[in-house]
Design a protein around this ligand. Structure first.
Ligand code: FES
Length: 353
């Protein structure tokens, strides 16, 4: 069955650095080919990457002023998708228009609204303020994934895979393989929270490196994540001096890390994985951000490898999902997503009646 996507929401379409003025870029999102470029004032434009005339990709054309020229017969389209020039004739047919998508540049990403443009409120963009907050350093990237986006959401909401997929890259930082650490999962409205706390533990290597702690320092550690639909997962990772009540109060004794994940379906079985980490450790020391980025980058490649292998097996023959206790966060996230999709499709059906 073809994937049903949530449409009335913002997705990350591109890194801000990917979309430039004179070189249009093609990107497929929710199975739709889209061309992205920038106007003279620097603001981004997103149009259907398919000329209304003979369906040539506009991304192979050129940007002239604020308009884009089709490479095949030179028809030009404005940022609103309307044709403004047909070189071979004086009149412009009303049907000479391509779809235009609302776009917003925020948090070093280009966001796109794939649903009803009338509902595209920029205030609905998910909060990733750590990406450009001067109190934080941030670094991220776009990773391609040859698998359905839901598998990646579930992976991020699941802490039980960490000691097995990331035995060296994250294990000491995140979780102990041999110790069962309780995880608290709860839903609030359209968000799912997964909380994991450890108390009075020796400071692990990550916090020794990032916060200058020693092996003798005892800490209370947390790894809390929040999922929001369609496919955003934000993690708060930190530690505080043991016994200072961080769980119920002040967590500012040591700096912390925010891991931000914005997952955009490309097709039913491929995904654009935008992620970034932000740290508020020593802002003068850029090497700390590099250490942090490299560790997470390596770990996420480990995740993508197993997820792509999952997808291959799922494609090979029908399967049934078997859920364990540790899957609760991912299962709840999928429940929230499914409810949102069903509600949206109900709205669309009402409009169509
Ligand atoms: Fe674009 Fe003909 S296909 S102008």
């Amino acid at each position: 069955m073809a994937e049903r996507f949530l449409r009335n929401c913002w997705y990350v379409a591109a890194l801000d650095t990917e979309v430039v003025r004179m070189q249009p870029m093609r990107r497929t999102i929710l199975n739709e080919p889209i061309v992205l470029y920038r106007k003279r004032d620097g603001s981004p434009v997103a149009l259907e990457d398919r000329c209304a005339h003979r369906q040539a990709p506009l991304s192979k054309g050129v940007v002239k002023g604020d308009v884009i020229e089709c490479p095949y017969h030179g028809m030009r389209y404005g940022p609103d998708g309307k044709c403004v020039l047909v070189p071979s004739q004086d009149t412009i047919p009303p049907a000479a228009v391509v779809k235009s998508y609302p776009v917003v540049e925020k948090y070093k990403w280009i966001w796109i609204w794939m649903g009803n443009p009338a509902k595209a409120d920029p205030n609905l963009i998910e909060d990733f303020h750590w990406r450009d907050d001067p109190g934080w350093q941030s670094k991220g990237e776009l990773l391609p994934l040859k698998a359905n986006y839901r598998l990646l959401v579930e992976n991020l909401c699941d802490l039980t895979h960490v000691p097995f997929i990331h035995p060296t890259s994250l294990n000491e930082t995140m979780i102990d393989r041999d110790e069962e650490i309780p995880v608290n999962t709860f839903r609030s409205g359209q968000s799912v929270t997964v909380e994991r706390w450890e108390f009075n533990k020796p400071a692990p290597s990550y916090f020794r490196t990032m916060a200058g702690l020693s092996r003798d320092d005892k800490v209370d550690r947390w790894l809390n994540l929040i999922y929001t639909p369609p496919s955003f997962v934000r993690l708060d990772i930190g530690a505080a001096p043991a016994g200072n009540g961080a769980k119920d109060g002040d967590r500012s004794a040591y700096p912390t890390t925010r891991n931000m994940n914005a997952i955009t379906p490309e097709t039913d079985k491929t995904t654009h994985y935008f992620w970034a980490n932000a740290i508020n450790y020593d802002l003068e020391d850029e090497s700390l951000m590099e250490i942090d980025y490299r560790m997470v980058h390596d770990a996420f490649l480990e995740d993508l490898e197993i997820i792509e292998a999952q997808q291959e097996n799922m494609d090979a023959r029908p399967y049934a999902r078997l859920n364990m206790d540790g899957d609760t966060g991912g299962v709840e996230a999928m429940n929230v997503l499914e409810e949102a999709i069903v509600a949206e499709q109900g709205d669309l059906a009402e409009v169509a009646e």
